[in-house]
Design a protein around this ligand. Structure first.
Ligand code: ADP
Ligand code: ZN
Length: 726
């Protein structure tokens, strides 16, 4: 659709307004979906030509669109996608639009820019700063940098870059604003696949180009899921369509990028927070112009303006990080399926331990299922062995049982790697005054401060607030009696260093504040054998390949089972199976030792026996009985604000007005103070709504929220299909 000069039209802006506003098409007209700048009061704001004029304003009062931006218009499927995600997650449209245009330089004028690349000469005088700049250019030979970006990456001042240009060590070039990504060659041969891999790859490739469909690609760790779904990507590229691969952890993209390069001869586009501004802008634009064939990204890549999307792969689809927990509360896995349905594209959900939702959808035939049940080559799945902590002679402030320690000694003697897994960041979860028992808490949250020795401070894991460890107890005034209680990975590393003095120990935790580069180097070094003993949080569970690793020790298998979380069993099962899967990838079989106080617990038993189908059948039956996802819908409602009385009042009012929810058969539980009743100084009350899987669920929730006037100091957030319940 095209609006000729001065035709009335509606523009959706990113401003918090009810809906689109009417304007007149600019001189020369404008297409539906065009990105534009429009006047709004005294300001100019960004928006998208959304629809025909609403007719809410007299036409003679309308102002014209100020400028049409130099990017391809938003496609209708994308509009529909934003509308549907908005309706599903109860998010206003203007907020959805913000997600779709979260990219720098959208309003830039067309034209050239100056970029810096490595030059021919060497400067007569080398300084450490100059060397840093040249190192960046050498390690990223395909990149073009703007001066400031290059200086920032190298950690030097812009003057250093300028100096190098004068010496001819760096060349300044005029380049078109954004370069297309190098073409990927789908004709290059991939790895030689095993018979079962080939069958799986063919089945996936055959589905390409036949409209929408979702397939669960289930395969034990090391079965070659990546190799297999790359064949579907190849077919998608052969058909001239674009593909998107979502990955749960940026640290993993590096490995994936090299695999893509090996397979297709060039690197794909990247989209995540570790990517430079220039590259983000380039990625967004090239995706829209169909000059990027494959994007590897984090969940927000779902909102990129693909010109012709053929395939979305969600790797490790069960991973919790696919759920966005602030701002717009959405599950990237579920929204990938929604986007693909709108685009007529295929979805591949890859996992060794699928989410229960996905498993149920595959069981019911809503999704297809392809299974790889053996590891590639001679590698065998690890043996799983429980260690009953009740029967071990545990010393105080030690978490490695004698039996596990003996096993690690054996591996050390054989020059094999071991991994100790504990899903707790920091040194100790509690810091307690030995004189009075006082625990150091966060001033702004109902949470204990966690000691991080590496960083030398106490950190609140809720709000990120830090303080130094006090000398004097604020409760009893006694000096120097604070003691750490319980283990975090840092403390575990300390214990390991004492117990295995000869071992080289590497700590892998998400809060080590390493840059993407450094983390990648660290992980690659470990994979090559730079460490004998790896100690890590769930960062290590996610798909890294450690070929020398033959022994995994799960320090506390019971940790995730505490707390009344709906998904506690499922998450524990997935996490421990994933971690165990790190062991024994090459020619030596691995063993995973699972320390537990309750070896008879059904979840622990399922983990040990590895009977995954039985676990899912039991878990699904349990959820069905309780009428919770995936058999029913849940919405977590959090009312929060600084004024506790006001928060209480609104929560009560919401509970009293829940009639319209009862009309659609939904039940409302609560309100009750949230398990973490205060975060960042805001008091929190929770309600839980449980209903049938019904089109009307979200609409009824929206109506319900709207009938209680919410003062501006109070926020009501509604989380559909919540993952966390704190
Ligand atoms: P998954 O994603 O299922 O854990 P990957 O695709 O990462 O499995 O494969 C595990 C390892 O086995 C990788 O190092 C991969 O390169 C290797 N591999 C898998 N299939 C093949 C194959 N057909 N030929 C050679 N190597 C393979
Ligand atoms: Zn806090």
């Amino acid at each position: 659709m095209f609006f000729p000069s001065s035709a009335p039209l509606a523009v959706l802006t990113t401003q918090p307004l009810e809906g689109p506003l009417d304007y007149l098409a600019p001189e020369g007209g404008v297409a539906l979906g065009a990105f534009v700048i429009v006047p709004l009061g005294p300001r100019h704001v960004m928006g998208v030509v959304w629809a025909h004029a609403t007719g809410d304003y007299p036409i003679d009062k309308l102002r014209p669109v100020a400028r049409v931006l130099d990017v391809p218009p938003m496609q209708e499927q994308m509009q529909q996608f934003l509308i549907r995600v908005g309706a599903y997650t109860l998010t206003p449209l203007y907020n959805m639009l913000r997600m779709a245009i979260r990219v720098p330089g959208l309003a830039d004028l067309p034209g050239d820019r100056v970029v810096y690349v490595k030059g021919q000469s060497t400067p007569s005088r080398m300084t450490p700063a100059r060397e840093k700049v040249l190192d960046v250019l050498i390690s990223e030979p395909d990149m073009q940098f703007m001066a400031k970006e290059l200086a920032d990456l190298a950690g030097v001042s812009a003057g250093v870059v300028k100096g190098l240009v004068e010496h001819g060590a760096i060349d300044a070039r005029t380049a078109p604003r954004d370069l297309p990504f190098p073409a990927l060659d789908h004709k290059r041969p991939g790895k030689t696949l095993s018979t079962s891999q080939r069958k799986a790859a063919k089945a996936l490739a055959d589905k390409q180009g036949h409209g929408y469909g979702t397939t669960l690609l289930r395969g034990v760790t090391g079965s070659g899921k990546t190799e297999v779904y790359l064949e579907a990507v190849a077919e998608c590229l052969r058909q001239g369509k674009q593909a998107l691969v979502l990955i749960p952890e940026i640290a993993l993209t590096v490995d994936f990028l090299s695999r893509v390069e090996a397979r297709f001869g060039a690197r794909p586009a990247e989209w995540h927070y570790g990517v430079t501004m220039t590259e983000r802008r380039r990625c967004w634009r090239m995706v829209a112009e169909q000059k990027a064939q494959l994007v590897v990204g984090a969940r927000s890549a779902l909102y990129l303006p693909f010109a012709d999307l053929g395939l979305i792969v969600v790797d490790e689809e069960h991973d919790g990080s696919y759920k966005q927990e602030d701002g717009v509360l959405y599950s990237a896995r579920d929204m990938a399926v929604m986007r693909a349905a709108l685009e007529g594209a295929q979805v591949i959900l890859a996992s060794a331990t699928p989410a229960l939702e996905t498993w149920v959808n595959a069981e019911s035939g809503k999704y297809d299922r392809i299974t790889l049940d053996r590891r590639f080559g001679s590698a065998e799945l690890p043996q799983m062995k429980p260690i009953d902590l009740r029967a071990e002679a545990m010393t105080s402030n030690a978490w490695i049982s004698p039996r596990l320690a003996d096993e690690i000694d054996l591996r050390l003697a054989a020059s094999e790697q071991s991994l100790l897994f504990l899903n707790r960041r920091g040194y100790a979860p509690l810091t307690v005054c030995r004189a009075c028992g006082h625990q150091i808490g966060c001033d702004d949250c109902d949470a204990r401060m966690v000691e991080h020795r590496f960083r030398g401070e106490l950190v609140c894991h809720q709000c990120g607030e830090t303080k130094s460890k006090p000398k004097v107890c604020p409760n009893c005034g006694v000096e120097d009696r604070f003691a750490p209680v319980g283990p975090g990975v840092e403390r575990l590393a300390e214990e390991a260093a004492q117990r295995f003095p000869q071992a080289r120990i590497a700590l892998l935790s998400s809060d080590m504040m390493l840059s993407g580069h450094a983390l990648r180097d660290h992980i690659q070094g470990i994979a090559k054998g730079d460490a004998d003993l790896i100690i890590g949080t769930q960062l290590v569970a996610k798909g890294h390949n450690f070929p020398l690793l033959t022994c995994v020790g799960v320090i506390d298998a019971d940790l995730g089972l505490q707390g009344g979380d709906l998904r506690a069993a499922e998450k524990t099962f997935q996490l421990i199976r994933q971690v165990a899967g790190r062991a024994g990838r090459a020619d030596r079989r691995g063993t995973a030792f699972v320390q537990t106080h309750q070896p008879e617990h059904p979840v622990i038993k399922a983990i040990i026996s590895g009977d995954e189908e039985a676990f899912w059948i039991a878990e699904a039956a349990e959820r069905k009985r309780a009428g919770v996802p995936p058999f029913g819908r849940l919405a977590g409602v959090v009312v929060s604000g600084e004024n506790n009385a006001l928060v209480n009042d609104i929560a009560q009012k919401l509970a009293r007005r829940s009639g319209m929810l009862k009309d659609i058969g939904a039940e409302v539980f609560g309100p009750a103070p949230a398990p973490i009743a205060r975060i960042r100084g805001r008091h929190r009350m929770r309600l839980l709504v449980r209903g049938a899987k019904d089109q009307r669920f979200q609409a009824a929730l929206a109506e319900w929220r709207a009938c209680v006037p919410i003062p501006s100091q109070v926020r009501v957030s509604i989380d559909i299909d919540p993952q966390s319940f704190y």
